[in-house]
Write a protein that binds this ligand. Sequence first.
Ligand SMILES: Nc1ncnc2c1ncn2[C@@H]1O[C@H](COP(=O)(O)OP(=O)(O)O)[C@@H](O)[C@H]1O
Ligand SMILES: [Mg+2]
Length: 509
Amino acid sequence: MKTFPIVAVQSFIEATRDTGYKSTGSAIAEFIDNALEAQAKHVDVQIQETPNGAGDKIIRVTDDGTGMRPAVLRLALQFGGSTRFGSRMATGRYGMGLPNGGLSQARRLEVFTWANSSRVWSSYLDVDEIASSSMCAVPSPRLAQNLARPRTQSGTMVVLSKCDRLDCATPQALELKLLAEFGRIFRRVLHDGRVIKINGIPVRPFDPLFLAQGANVAGAKLYGPPLEYKLRVPAFVTSPASFSVVSVRFSELPIERWHHFSNEKKNDLGIAKNAGVSIVRAGREIDYGWYFMGTKRKENYDDWWRCEVAFSPELDELFGVTHSKQKINPTRLLSSILTPEIERIARELNARVRRKYASIKGEGTGSKTLNRLQARDHLIEPPRSVRESSTLKDKLPGLKLLRKRNDGVQGLRFAVTHNPEEHNFFFSAHVRDGLLSLNINECHPFYSSAYRQLASANTAGGRQEALQYVLLLLISCARAECLVNGPRVHEIMRRFRQIWSDAVAAFLS
Ligand SMILES: Nc1ncnc2c1ncn2[C@@H]1O[C@H](COP(=O)(O)OP(=O)(O)O)[C@@H](O)[C@H]1O
Ligand SMILES: [Mg+2]
């Protein structure tokens, strides 16, 4: 008699391979989640081409976590099998990651696991065996033969072979992609000292908000205090807490210092084409996109600020987290709570970026003058910090200074901005990475009574010339101040600039 199992396994397997994962990286991230949840300190991803010459690839993900007992291993390979089904403690909760992540990329998934390095258990799933009906159940785990003794006391190795769905043609390309993707997805745990390696190369944390030290270049500033929303945990979620907090923070990237980077460098650093919100669940990024922005559309200016929305798994239903944990689909309720404030701040930040760009770029005369000064800067003495840093090999590549001096030290670059500042100086300046940034203080009368008119875009001939000389004087003055050494002299220079600023204010009043 024909039976009707709820799941028609052969077609189910083929169909489920298509669902869920937006990239090979997000599928492999499932194994890393599992390793981290099993207390692994090190996770090693190896991507290799098999020696058969056909370009077939094999991927091994090895961790030093707790390993599994044979019964757990069998459960682990089952679709829906989990030792933490429904849990809201951390990442895993659906029992789908291992089988679904694995078979979404490969036709064969094997797992080796050991709680004691002398006994390594293994089992597997194979799409071809399932298709030919020779595999109807997860094979009972066996003790692995002919396997080199593992180097860790306990751990797990997941092996993908017959990889027919990787999204990169070569191991090198996949390696680069994973280094970038995992740096962002796992930035928190990497920052806390866990190690993930791809073909031996440690993944470096990447903070899309450019705030964290020790990750990619830091340099952004937090914009305003974090917003916190205390939301009720839905009644059907088993959780000890009845409320859970969603926290939202924004950062502003330093346009003054980074706007002149080449497009290539802006891409490399993850500045360009990266406007958006990082969605972080239980410390792990699960999505990045244009969320909670209401009617605000994405513009290039929005590359210059970032947002992070962090929440705990108790709120999965509100965020619409699916079993592949790599996309959100916020409910209307959640959107109605978060969107008004996030959209408002997004528009505010966008306007600030526009203003900064206008102040940096809008004044054609200003930038021409800066170019002229930069072209001559190599002729005069550089500040000590530049002399020292130019001997360092690891200078930021985008800061290609204009010309080299005879002694090999390069000339400074200049950037002029106007922003409000709290002190009473009419300008302030600092040198960093070979760039002298000068800011005209919008709160000082020099700005409103003199500089604004000179620098406005529709300035006529005579005034343009005046702006050139004002910039020349201010930059050379700021340059002189940056050249002096020692805290005492610095203090004297500061005092001098203070008295000068006060006199300017008095004369203009
Ligand atoms: N690397 C690993 N180390 C230890 N246990 C693991 C590992 N990978 C998977 N497991 C076990 O297999 C189960 C199923 O994993 P998975 O399919 O990813 O579902 P989930 O993570 O949602 O529970 C986990 O609950 C865990 O008990
Ligand atoms: Mg999992």
